[in-house]
Design a protein around this ligand. Structure first.
Ligand SMILES: Cc1cc2nc3c(=O)[nH]c(=O)nc-3n(C[C@H](O)[C@H](O)[C@H](O)COP(=O)(O)O)c2cc1C
Length: 442
């Protein structure tokens, strides 16, 4: 896989074509950080702007890997379009002088109902990798989800965050591997380090087909990047990851980051359990400390929401993987109402996929979510300025949420209820409220 040299050349060309006159020496003297020379503060005014900026400077194959959806990208696009088919019903003349976006997620107070969804390979975009993202989240006072497929280890991410933010709230995201004991070893490492919850992703028994990656030949982690969690701790010393060779019983690292240079989806499919069932959820839950919440990520139907609760889930994450898995399924915001109806408040519902605006957050909360996650924007923010620009992006989003809440007459997150949203009358015929049922909403 060709990578950094091309990245430098392409970016140089791209900057020249924008007339920014950067010299070859400048680029080659600092190849990893040249994107940071941009001031994202001058270019980014909302979450989408980070993507626009990153697209100009990232190598095409990396940008497309991050941004693309599967097949026809119907679900990827729908994730955004669907938010725009829900409308807000603002209430006026309600005091909002003491407005707060604070809320509680599994007994942890967070500054806003937004978290970073677990997503692998942050280091492709910035050398700080997941450590940089996690620190920005801790600084912002929001929950960070660490992927099993991270490029900075479970231990490094936790330790580098709590060094400066001891109260950081971090959940670890697991997949069920064919060898369940390996899943458990990873989860136990996370618990040992102090992660406060586990997210189990269940929508990835196979990987969705992203044509841009096939066209670009972007099918393996470009060296020197590796999925470092597969460096297993030495049996004698839990703190020392090892990749020791043992041909009879290969380590996770040998299987995954092997020298065979298999495509990463082949590696994953070789390791991931395709016969995963709800019994695995029950099994994983029973292996966790009793106070450790288990959130099931990738639920798209009321049926599965009920089964997840029956299997022991403490939370449900409505997610279609940001349109990166099954193309042709509903946007999450449209799947949410039936799931909320089925869950009936028994467990918290989280949602991700397509959330980009403060008003999206309000719509999701009104339809039954208690928090929303963001995925792709993190990669774009990391690309254009590492930890600092992630912080900046989260601050922009918080400001939008505050403004939207104020204009809607909502002083507290708990004020956001289903009557805050509606369908456009031309899309969805609603009975005109009679005076008697209107009275009950006042
Ligand atoms: C590059 C990339 C890698 C991802 N890796 C994972 C992963 O390792 N585990 C997981 O559960 N979800 C993963 N996701 C999905 C995200 O957790 C999340 O569901 C999705 O990005 C949310 O949609 P959004 O990108 O529109 O915000 C990944 C997403 C992206 C863009």
């Amino acid at each position: 896989m060709k990578y950094l040299p091309e990245m430098t050349t392409k970016t140089l060309q791209s900057r020249r074509s924008h007339g920014e006159g950067i010299s070859t020496t400048e680029v080659h003297s600092s190849p990893k950080n040249y994107i940071q020379m941009l001031d994202f503060r001058d270019n980014c005014y909302n979450v989408n702007d980070f993507q626009i900026l990153a697209k100009r400077y990232l190598p095409k194959e990396l940008y497309e890997y991050l941004a693309s959806g599967t097949d026809d990208a119907q679900t990827l696009n729908e994730n955004r379009a669907a938010f725009q088919r829900w409308f807000l019903r603002p209430r006026v003349l309600r005091p909002v002088g003491n407005l707060s976006t604070r809320t509680t997620l599994f007994s942890h107070t967070v500054t806003m109902p937004v978290f970073v969804s677990p997503a692998g390979v942050h280091a492709l975009c910035h050398e700080g990798g997941e450590c940089a993202t996690a620190r920005a989240c801790a600084k912002a006072g929001i929950l960070f989800g660490l992927s099993q497929h991270s490029t900075r280890s479970i231990e490094d991410v936790r330790r580098s965050t709590i060094a400066t933010h001891p109260n950081a709230i971090q959940f670890y995201q697991a997949y069920i591997l064919k060898d369940r004991s390996q899943t458990l070893r990873l989860v136990r490492r996370a618990i040992h380090e102090g992660y406060q919850g586990i997210i189990l992703t269940v929508d990835s028994v196979r990987f969705g087909y992203r044509e841009p990656d096939a066209r670009n030949g972007f099918n393996a982690l470009p060296p020197p990047h590796r999925l470092v969690n597969y460096d297993e701790p030495d049996a004698d010393n839990d703190d020392t990851p090892t990749t020791t060779t043992n041909n009879n019983n290969p380590t996770l690292d040998q299987t995954y980051n092997s020298q065979e240079k298999k495509a990463w989806d082949q590696n994953s499919e070789q390791m991931f359990e395709q016969n995963v069932t709800w019994n695995d959820v029950t099994w994983l839950k029973s292996a966790l400390p009793t106070n450790m919440p288990l959130v099931i990520k990738g639920i798209m139907t009321a049926e599965d929401a009920v089964l997840a609760m029956e299997a022991g889930a403490d939370g449900i994450m409505v997610s279609n993987h940001g349109g990166r898995q099954l193309d042709g399924c509903l946007a999450t915001i449209d799947a949410l109402p039936e799931i909320a109806y089925a869950v009936r408040g028994h467990v918290p519902i989280w949602l991700d996929s397509g959330v980009r605006r403060g008003t999206d957050v309000l719509k999701a909360l009104a339809l039954g979510a208690s928090a929303v996650g963001i995925g792709k924007p993190l990669f774009f923010a990391l690309s254009v300025g590492g930890e600092e620009s992630v912080s900046f992006m989260l601050e922009l989003l918080r400001t939008e949420i505050e403004a939207a809440m104020a204009i809607c007459g909502m002083e507290r997150i708990t004020d956001i209820t289903p009557n805050l949203v509606t369908r456009h009358p031309s899309l969805f015929s609603q009975p005109t409220p009679t005076l008697s049922n209107l009275r009950s909403c006042l």
